[in-house]
Design a protein around this ligand. Structure first.
Ligand SMILES: [Zn+2]
Length: 283
């Protein structure tokens, strides 16, 4: 949802699970690592792995972050640190996805990408918006939505009913009272949804749907490219006030209890998502 953004701020509490208190936290990187803390080493390496590995190795030589070590007697490097080669990251966790709409591409407009601000309600956009006006293909009401990768359906809103004026009024009252990020408010504005679990803490969310494909039930396995739903504008305030103006797919790539790219600069986020759709083994 672009014009109001009321449904763009997603819950980070829904899939909460307290991280281990024994786990070391990087004091100044907590916000950056939080979204990927749950998905294990592959993603950590993907987002930060190389700098951390370099830094860790370089720390031994007192070279990281400009440390000079000039006041200390040099300590011989342990053989293992000097020769060890880090294992390559498992890029398969965040590679080999396909765009959820046939022929689609990432929008050029940064406001449709993750981390775009939604100032009107203090929110941050947590997904990618696929609108027909900023994409590589036609996108409209009823456009088929495909599973971005093999997975298992963990949510399918078959019982969804369209947003009502009283629901919208109640949600706006909660937002005005400072509860814009309450999970129920966030969920309301995402409309009809399907979620697919791909393992490794990775879940894709497909929101504002107009319908769900036959057989897409919780627990069902879906294959990459399988049509699972259809584009719509469900959950958007415009679905009430200006029908036909907000049809788009809001697509999220959840990483643990947050989303891929949280807290990272726009160029880095775009690179992460571009890599997401690069096949590991191109035909
Ligand atoms: Zn969106």
């Amino acid at each position: 949802m672009r014009t109001t953004g009321k449904n763009n701020r997603q819950s980070t509490a829904r899939r909460s699970g307290a991280p281990s208190s024994r786990r070391f936290r990087y004091p100044d990187r907590g916000s950056l690592l939080s979204p990927i803390r749950k998905v294990g080493r592959p993603l950590r390496r993907l987002a930060f792995g190389s700098p951390l590995i370099v830094c860790a190795v370089a720390l031994v030589a007192a070279a990281c972050s400009g440390a000079s070590g000039a006041a200390h007697t040099p300590t011989p490097l342990p053989t293992v640190a000097a020769t060890a080669t880090p294992a390559p990251p498992d890029l398969t966790v965040f590679r080999n996805f396909i765009y959820p709409i046939k022929g689609a591409c990432l929008p050029k407009n940064g406001s449709l990408m993750p981390n775009a601000s939604r100032d009107y309600r203090g929110g941050i956009h947590e997904g990618v918006d696929f609108y027909g006006y900023d994409n590589c293909t036609h996108i409209a009401q009823g456009t088929p939505v495909m599973a971005a990768k093999d997975g298992v359906v963990v949510r399918a809103d078959w019982a969804y009913h369209s947003l009502t004026q009283p629901e919208l009024a109640a949600a706006n009252a909660k937002i005005a009272a400072g509860h814009a990020n309450d999970p129920d408010v966030l969920d309301l504005f995402r409309g009809r949804q399907v979620w697919v679990d791909h393992g490794h803490g990775v879940v894709t969310r497909y929101a504002h749907l107009s319908g769900i494909a036959d057989g897409v039930q919780v627990g069902a396995k879906v294959a990459q490219g399988q049509v699972i739903a259809y584009v719509g504008d469900s959950g958007t305030p415009e679905s009430l006030s200006a029908p036909g103006t907000e049809e788009h797919l809001h697509f999220e790539l959840r990483a643990g209890d947050s989303y891929l790219g949280k807290g990272l600069p726009p160029d880095t986020v775009r690179a992460l998502y571009e890599n997401l759709f690069v096949p590991l083994n191109p035909p």
